[in-house]
Design a protein. Structure first.
Lengths: 558, 60
């Protein structure tokens, strides 16, 4: 008892410290001593530079370069600037073109590398889910996580990308041409409501065979795929593999891209600011709503449709704990996901140069802080409530903090991030208990609470904690100024966020439920009871995940 | 009852979107959106899920 009180006291102290540091109003700039200010020297008169001046810029000699460049002083000089016309030599135009290309190249490389990091998150999801499932389903769970990458990519390449980004217009930070300019819209309340994009089918349609479009496709594709893999966790250990393939294809082709278009592709949610003066419109920096909540509410629909695993609930409705088989995999997977999140959030600037993109440092720090406080929040909650610092829930707390900070990471300060993460860590535990014991929806990995509940919390937290300091090129969603939440003076932003939440809960859930209900009627979503009891590895995949382990288990039974 | 739940859930979304035309004040819109959100949650938690829980395997 004394120990629990001590833990509670530490938790309260941490929370109060975090709140105490949250500024009620932005700090006023320090006054400058007017009398002591030195006189500003006059600005030098501008000097026109001509092509002729460039001929005098010294370049390393051929002899010097022939000897190699061990200290790097001869590499990356005027000799490396691309010359358009060798007869004219280096011109001002060449320098300007080189500067433009350097900026876009930096942004290309940044966006691609962060996209590669997000792709690696599939490995994290795969081992977290497999570790939280029983060994008899290891092959099946791993294969779902493996093939969702291919199924999702196929759907997104064929249809999904065009729906999501086919009407977004020119990709400013990637220097793109405006080939993605085909948004289908309707008029409602006298305003234009963008519903889906139309350009970009197969990445060839209407001029979309374009370098910037390719970079955008890769980045958006790996985002979409993580949304799909959220669902596989909730309905693990009972989902028919063929139904998984069909359901995932539909989600990658339609469910995810539609909401992503409304939020990121120039659709109606993004334009709530411009059309209805609600802040900057729905603001979701890296996808708490677009990605995690879409996955989470779809997982909830699937969990209700398929029902719980056999043995999860007694006849009196009491829930049983079905332990996973490898906590080492679970926590290792959580670390991989946390690493991948540095692709998710900082990468969502789609730039490292220009348009306020240097904010990537702040975005990265916000991300790691929220993950940290999320894991603390969940660990302390479990320690106080159940007497032990539960490992899997600590991992889920880390993920919950990361999910929650995904939407606000570009708009909030470090203290706001820590608070958002701490709340997410507690919320994932409370929500998990509610889903498990009140709703009686069986969720082996806690995906509904981690991604659904905390995705929605992340969306709302933008409307509360955005501090109005981030400036991504002077506007967001076409509205001048910086995204500012309720605590910093803009209640309209919170309304825009709540309309996004209502869309996720009311529309995306319904759409997912109906689609999967139809698939259930046609293909059948749930495996037979015999297969479930035996484990899905043999009946569904034809091979067990751990053959030696099975032999040992057989010997033990003998 | 599940179909009724789906209709109620969707109705909640429609109420939230209708707030854009029903009110021009931020506080008015916020109230209407919150009502819409509550209606959607009633549809999911109060109607759809209980409809499926009634025929759950663990009750048999």
């Amino acid at each position: 008892m004394t120990r629990r009180i001590a833990i509670l006291a530490v938790a309260l102290l941490m929370a109060s410290l975090a709140w105490a540091q949250a500024p009620a109003t932005p700090p006023a700039p320090a006054p400058e001593p007017a009398a002591a200010a030195p006189a500003t020297p006059p600005a030098p008169a501008p000097v026109a530079i001509t092509d002729k001046d460039l001929t005098s810029v010294p370049a390393p000699s051929a002899d010097a370069r022939a000897k190699g460049d061990p200290d790097g002083s001869l590499t990356g000089t005027v000799s490396d600037v691309v010359v358009g016309d060798s007869k004219k030599g280096l011109t001002i135009g060449d320098l300007a073109n080189q500067a433009g290309q350097n900026r876009v190249a930096i942004n290309f490389v940044w966006t691609l590398i962060t996209g590669f990091l997000v792709m690696f998150m599939q490995a994290g999801f795969a081992i977290v889910e497999t570790g939280l499932c029983r060994a008899k389903n290891a092959n099946h769970t791993m294969m779902m996580n493996f093939m969702v990458y291919g199924v999702g990519m196929l759907a997104f390449w064929l249809i999904g990308f065009a729906i999501q980004m086919g009407g977004v217009g020119a990709l400013g930070t990637l220097g793109g041409t405006p080939v993605l300019g085909g948004e289908y819209s309707v008029t409602l309340f006298g305003k234009t409501f963008g519903l889906w994009g139309q350009n970009g089918l197969f990445l060839m349609h209407k001029g979309t065979y374009d370098v910037a479009v390719m970079v955008m496709f890769l980045f958006q594709m790996v985002f979409m795929d993580t949304a799909l893999t959220i669902v596989t966790g909730t309905v693990a250990e009972r989902w028919k593999y063929a139904a998984f393939m069909v359901s995932s294809f539909v989600m990658g082709a339609f469910t995810y891209p539609l909401f992503a278009n409304w939020a990121w592709g120039g659709g109606w949610l993004a334009n709530l600011g411009g059309n209805f003066s609600l802040g900057h419109g729905y603001a979701d920096f890296a996808g708490s709503g677009v990605l995690h909540s879409v996955g989470g509410v779809t997982a909830l629909a699937m969990g209700i449709l398929l029902g719980p695993r056999l043995g999860k609930y007694n006849r009196d409705g009491k829930a049983n704990v079905i332990l996973g088989h490898d906590i080492v995999l679970v926590l290792l997977g959580c670390f991989i996901l946390a690493f991948g999140w540095f692709g998710f959030n900082p990468g969502s600037t789609l730039a490292a140069s220009g348009n306020g993109a240097l904010r990537i440092g702040s975005v990265a720090v916000n991300t790691m802080l929220a993950g940290m406080t999320g894991s603390f929040g969940a660990m302390l909650y479990m320690w106080i409530r159940y007497g032990k610092p539960d490992a899997s829930m600590s991992g889920n707390g880390l993920l919950a903090g990361l999910v929650a900070i995904t939407a606000p990471s570009g708009f909030v300060n470090p203290v706001g991030s820590a608070i958002i993460g701490l709340i997410a860590g507690v919320l994932v535990c409370v929500s998990g208990e509610f889903v498990d014991r009140v709703l009686k929806v069986d969720d082996p990995v806690g995906a509904i609470s981690v991604h659904g509940t905390n995705g929605l919390w992340g969306v709302i937290s933008v409307g509360l904690f955005a501090d109005g300091k981030s400036n991504f090129g002077g506007s967001w969603n076409g509205v001048s100024g910086n995204v500012t939440g309720l605590f910093y003076g803009d209640a309209g932003q919170l309304v825009a966020q709540l309309i996004g939440v209502s869309t996720l809960v009311g529309l995306v859930f319904t759409f997912s439920f109906v689609v999967n209900w139809v698939i259930d009627a046609v293909v059948g979503q749930r495996v037979a009871a015999k297969a479930e009891l035996e484990g899905l590895d043999m009946p569904e995949m034809g091979a067990v995940g751990y053959p030696e382990f099975e032999l040992k288990a057989s010997a033990a039974r003998m | 009852m599940a179909i009724a739940g789906l209709i109620v859930t969707l109705l909640g979304f429609i109420i939230a979107v209708a707030s854009l035309g029903m009110s021009s004040s931020v506080s008015g819109r916020m109230v209407i959106v919150l009502v819409g959100l509550a209606v959607s949650l009633v549809g999911i938690i109060g109607l759809i899920n209980p409809a499926y829980q009634k025929k759950a395997a663990w009750r048999k």
